[in-house]
Design a protein around this ligand. Structure first.
Ligand code: GLU
Length: 552
């Protein structure tokens, strides 16, 4: 009996690996092109850290005219959830991060290097496992889970390193005949890698992000094919990233310590290993303690959170790029209108330790992103959000023409307003502009310097009787408010007021505040001239009436 016969006994139908080498030819890309992937498991929760990895991968591929593909790693079928793949595909779609290749729905894919779902690649893994057996670098192991547990217990009580290695790797020393015998007798088995490593030797490798890292060599005979015939992560990674011609494995740094296994596998099977870029997790400051963003504790860990909150995907991406490359922020300031794809993203410049997640900063970026949109875009996007998450807002936005006027206030110029950071803020931001909301609700009127009933009544009455003209331009409009201030005995200019504080009770700004509060119930709004234009005369009259009626 030789290795080849043993291999044939185990995988009689597996194709020679040449078949796959031929089928998945090296890619014809320009020098330096990065081929990389996002390889999530469909376990039902797309984590913001996953999106971050995917974004880093996409930007790396785009910058080098490479390829970004989506591979679904579903070999752990116990952990799989319903709609897991659909959720992943849709999350990427929501963020406008569709892959060049790979899964495009639960069942469909595009690209020539598929299948891109691991559970559909069983034959391929078995072909490569067969090849390893033929080389004498893998073998069937008949130990039951109970026996493996037994070994672990013995190691524990003897205080030695746990695992299936060296003298503990019982089955690696069976003769080929003994192996064949057991197989023929129907004994159950898995396939293990025969590690040539020694724990007392070190390996060094250069991670694209972490720099030079040193580890002890792997000496564990890790499982490559499980009892269900599917591969473990380690083996699938090696086979897939080889056949899909991945140049860079960009993944979470929880895999960093597995690199010795992976490099050894690549080496033993005789393939060139890809480069590795291990990304640090996004951290959270929890009362002074730095910890990973947690699926259980932090709603913002789930990618779905951003959609529900209506934080524009563009803002999330810009924020993540900002974490990835600290030079992004200045680039964005200097190039507010460029596409992020023009940013010179650099994988080498990612920070080695985990960045702190900063919601304030993200929302600030949201404000900038939204401020660059047209009124029409803001209308469309907030309507889409509202239809799913806020019926009342959707109802308000039904009047498109009026909504566009509201969103158009202080927009389009070179200093657009920056008061909306996410779609869930839109309602609160514009609700006072709707008569059916404003006039029918009890309002708070936070009057400031001028706050007595008599003065306010007089200002509102005089303004409508003598000063308001809907055809005024902005200058005339403001001059009228000054004139009104003068008539009331207040300073017409703030400067004048400051020079003679004892002479006046208030100034033109305080009169404006009375008008603003009466109109909107707020002290802080965008440009009041524009607001009055949008509201129109009839509404202004009603609002002043209401304000007077509600004076205490
Ligand atoms: N399925 C693995 C995970 O979700 C992928 C790691 C990798 O990118 O290779 O952690």
């Amino acid at each position: 009996m030789d290795y080849k016969e043993l291999a044939n006994l185990i995988f009689p139908d597996a194709k020679p690996i040449e078949f796959y080498e031929e089928k998945y030819k090296p890619r014809d890309l320009k020098e330096g092109a990065i081929v990389t992937r996002f390889a999530p498991s469909p376990t039902g929760f797309v984590h913001i850290g996953g999106l971050y990895q995917a974004l880093v991968a996409i930007q790396s591929a785009k910058k080098t005219e490479g390829v970004f593909f989506l591979r679904v790693e579903d070999t752990d079928q116990k952990r799989e959830v319903e709609n897991g793949v659909t959720d992943i595909v849709n999350s990427l779609k929501d963020f406008d991060m569709e892959p060049d290749e790979g899964m495009i729905s639960d069942t469909e894919e595009k690209g020539k290097y598929g299948p891109y779902k691991q559970s559909l690649r069983k034959d391929i893994y078995q072909a490569f496992a067969k090849y390893m057996i033929e080389l004498g670098k893998a073998y069937p192991c008949f130990c039951t889970p109970e026996e493996v547990e037994e070994i672990r217990k013995k190691q524990e009580s003897a205080k030695i390193r746990p695992g299936y290695y060296g003298v503990w790797a019982k089955c690696r020393n069976l003769t080929l005949e003994e192996m064949a015998e057991k197989i023929k007798n129907g004994e159950k088995y898995i396939i293990r890698f025969k590690s040539p490593g020694r724990e007392d030797r070190k390996i060094k490798y250069k991670d694209v992000i972490k720099g030079v890292v040193e580890f002890p060599e792997n000496d564990q005979d890790i499982v490559i094919i499980k009892a269900d015939g599917l591969p473990t992560y380690h083996f699938a990674h090696v086979v897939d990233d080889h056949l899909m011609r991945t140049t860079h494995v960009i993944r979470s740094d929880e895999w960093l310590s597995s690199v010795p296994i992976h490099l050894q596998l690549f080496n033993e099977i005789g393939f060139k290993a890809p480069k590795y870029a291990h990304i640090s997790p996004i951290m959270k400051n929890d009362n002074g303690n730095k910890r990973k963003l947690s699926k259980r504790k932090d709603p913002e860990a789930a990618v779905s959170y951003y959609k529900e909150e209506g934080i524009p995907p563009q803002a999330v991406k810009e924020y993540l790029l900002n974490i990835a490359n600290s030079t992004f922020e200045n680039w964005r300031k200097a190039n507010p209108d460029k596409s992020i794809d023009e940013f010179d993203f650099n994988l080498n410049k990612m920070s080695v330790s985990g960045a702190l997640f900063d919601m304030v900063k993200l929302l600030d970026i949201g404000k900038n992103v939204i401020s660059r949109m047209t009124a029409e875009e803001i209308y469309e996007k907030s309507l889409i959000w509202a239809k799913e998450y806020d019926e009342e807002l959707a109802e308000m936005l039904k009047n498109k023409e009026y909504s566009l006027k509201i969103f158009g206030i202080e927009r389009g110029g070179n200093k657009p307003r920056k008061d909306i950071s996410k779609w869930s803020e839109v309602k609160e931001n514009i609700i006072y502009m709707f008569d059916n909301k404003f006039l029918n609700a009890k309002q708070e009127y936070p009057y400031q310097v001028i706050s007595d009933k008599e003065s306010i009544t007089k200002i509102l009455t005089l303004y409508l009787e003598k000063y308001y003209d809907e055809n005024d331009d902005k200058q005339e409009w403001f001059n009228k408010i000054k004139a009104l201030a003068g008539e009331m005995g207040y300073a017409e200019e703030v400067k004048e007021f400051k020079a003679n504080p004892d002479k006046y009770k208030a100034h033109v700004g305080d009169v404006s505040t009375v008008l603003r509060v009466a109109l909107t119930g707020r002290t802080n709004t965008p440009d009041m001239y524009e607001i009055m234009k949008v509201l129109g005369k009839e509404s202004i009259i009603k609002r002043f009436e209401k304000a007077k009626n509600e004076l205490k």
